[in-house]
Design a protein around this ligand. Sequence first.
Ligand code: GAL
Length: 921
Amino acid sequence: MRVMFNGFILLLVCSLACCVSDTIPPTPAPVTERILLDQQWRFFKYADASQADALIYDVRPPLLDDEDGKAADAEPDAKIVLSARPDQQILKPWTLPGANPFIADPTARHQRPAGPSPGRSFPFVQSSFDDSQWQQVRLPHDWAINGPFLTGDDAAVGGGMGRLPSPGVAWYRRQLEFSAADADRQLYLEVEGAMSYAMVWLNGQLVGGWPYGYASWRLDLTPYVRFDGPNQLAIRLDNPPASSRWYPGGGLYRPVWLVKTPKLSFSQWGQTITATPQQVRNGRADSNIQLQTRLSNQSASPQQAELRVHIYALEQGQPGSEVLAHLPLTKTQVPAGGEVTLSSAVLLKQAKLWGPRPSQQPHLYLAVSEIWQNNQIVDLQQQRFGIRDLQFDPTDGLKVNGEKIYLQGANQHHDLGALGAAFHPAAARRQLLLLREMGVNTIRLAHNPPAPALLDLTDELGFLVINEIFDAWQRKKTPLDFHLIFDDWSEADLRALIRRDRHHPSVIAWSVGNEVGEQYTGEAGAVVARRLHKIAKSEDPSRPTAAAFNYAKPDMPISAVMDLVSLNYQGEGIRNAPAYQHLAGIRTSPQYPAFRRAFPHKLLLSSENAAAVSSRGEYLFPLAAGNSAPVADGAGGDPHSQQVSSYEIYTAPFGSSADKVLASLAAHPEVAGGFVWSGWDYLGEPTPYYGARSSYFGAIDLAGFKKDRFYLYQAAWRPDLPMVHILPHWNWPDRLGQITPVHVFTSGDAAELFINGNSQGLKQKKPGEYRLRWDQVRYEPGRLKVVAYKNDQVWAEQQNATTGAPCRLALQTEQPEPAALLFVTIRVEDCAGQLVPTAKLPFQIDLAGATDAELLATDNGDPTDFTPFSASARNTFNGLGLAIIRPAAGSAVTHITVSSPGLIPAQLTWPASPAKEQHLD
Ligand code: GAL
């Protein structure tokens, strides 16, 4: 339970527990304690992984066929079978036992090898080793995000993985403190994510590890702990090259915890809460709450235990003062070294339901569970949950609490732009809020388990989520990806993910794979799919399974396996529009009808669509005919600047423009909705220019600035929001008299365009159209103005004017109030305060005032910018720049000054004057 992250909350809940158990004295026994290990780490990465120590997880195939920029929809290859070299120390046998709690078949579990563990004499695992020369780091830490970027054709890491040095072998060390009182406790290391192939030593002993870099896992440190002095923790990570189709990051990039539990305690992720609302009315329903709670006894003797559970409503994340329900007390005896699951249930009258915004409210509850022994609380756990009814109706789509919710979805990668893989909830919140502004109500987590705190955010903000685990099964997409460990780890990874995340009301489905190679292997592939489906259902019968298919057709065995039909691109058709006819690769006619006919009882969704590409604020001429075209040099793409036109009709070779996708979805109301590829730009996969660092796919750029496409979706997905958006900008001194098409996105139904007051005509949106276009406009400087209408009434207006020269900087922040991170937008303006939309000018950030405020990163959303994200100086891209600042602790004031040669600088004082915008003129 995530709110239990510090002593304050823990005490609060203890006092709640005491209130509700007024006849019994408060307990002196120490309950589970979670200590965040974010400071005091030392870090070392080998300059050259080939010179690293030999403490490897397993042998890996040689890298013979790494191809950066392979088409995303290329057929995955078969695995290479290897045998180990005798000179290597293979640590896999010591790592595999960590999977045992997540392997259902007892005979398939692993035995730790007997005898001394490997690596015990290696210097880095010794407490006597002097690591004072190692870098001091604070978690979350992504070792690669500050670069330098690796440029050029022969770079060790190409565009696919973001040209950042994520591969390599590295170590983290820190000491842990234990007191004599801890001798009676079970002591765990919990890691929410370590990229990747983690192996952990404590006091020179190999404890275990976990290879999948996106998994959350824990290790039992107890047998290796010393109570007579400092304990030395050492973690080795090994991030293979060519292991991902996108930027994976590297390091301890999510929180790491030391967890101390009593011997009799709650099992890891051991509580399932199933809530069944009946007869929903006005967002409330009588709801039957069923709990299954697993207790673990790590002591040497059987233990009697009583379980008491109390339910609170959460308001603004805080439990209310009143207990809403006490579950009936349950008792058991937990055998020594064993576990027992207790079931209990209660009816919650007129419970407030969790539902997606904007039409519903995401109400949450808290189950506070206590283990009692001899009239004392011996352990305590909090579990947040929500109550909602999900119906996956094959013809009517998804219904949440009886209301049809059309999936207005976005695919999101894990990285947080300039912060990389390092998980900062404030940055994830910003991503979600901008998506919500665009009209998104559902997120697909492409294609790996998220940071746990991301799902806390989707719960709180009311997003629906498809939680996806793998991009590859046994067949490989990149030479050293997950396929290497699929056979050994897929069951454990899948069970662990579902146990970790099943209490999140935002999660609506488990996707077990994305465009896997097993689509191409007939019945053999279906066998793998069935195994994963069965595992998911055995862990969580309440949610449907999915696997996203871009190739499998309705008559292939794999297509029938999952609960949902989850189509990537083939719903609207792949390479099927006229502009795509010359291309090789998968070519598919629109598949929604065929899948509908084959699977009339399954809900159908478009898990990936579009794959449109653009660079914010770049416009290239001439514009292709039609409304969807594959990008190519000179056709939407500029090979010199490596930028892609923002007219928003260009796509990856297998993609379709937003216009084509939305029209196709509108023509197939039987489809429950779709997920655009992608909501935000992300690091890596810079189709079509693999010389760049980050993708062009987002409707929002890497820095969080809206591309034109943002407004196309907003117009379609938020029909009640009066809005209209014009493109392009109107600064074209070299295009006097030349044809410069003007396109408009509006939630209205018609619009009239004016240039310097002269009407260019009123245009009406026809069914299946998502933009209004004036393609014969000849450029003249001045003022473009559009007036949008809905039902013959003025609905919205917007202007794009030719601006003056850059004159000054201006700063804006989205966080007027104290926040964990401050995102500051830097604007280049003319002297009249208009954004200069073409400005690519240097800026420099200086922080003063609070001494501990820290500039974490800068960016501008330009996919080709190789200035390190940690730099305090870079160029704006088309008028905008971004600074991400970790403000000083407490209420100390931070002064942010941004300057640029020849321009009037700007200053922002935060949080003392939360004014939106300040200039120094
Ligand atoms: C899909 C794939 C995504 C991404 C996208 C755009 O085929 O599932 O992960 O690669 O194409 O290239």
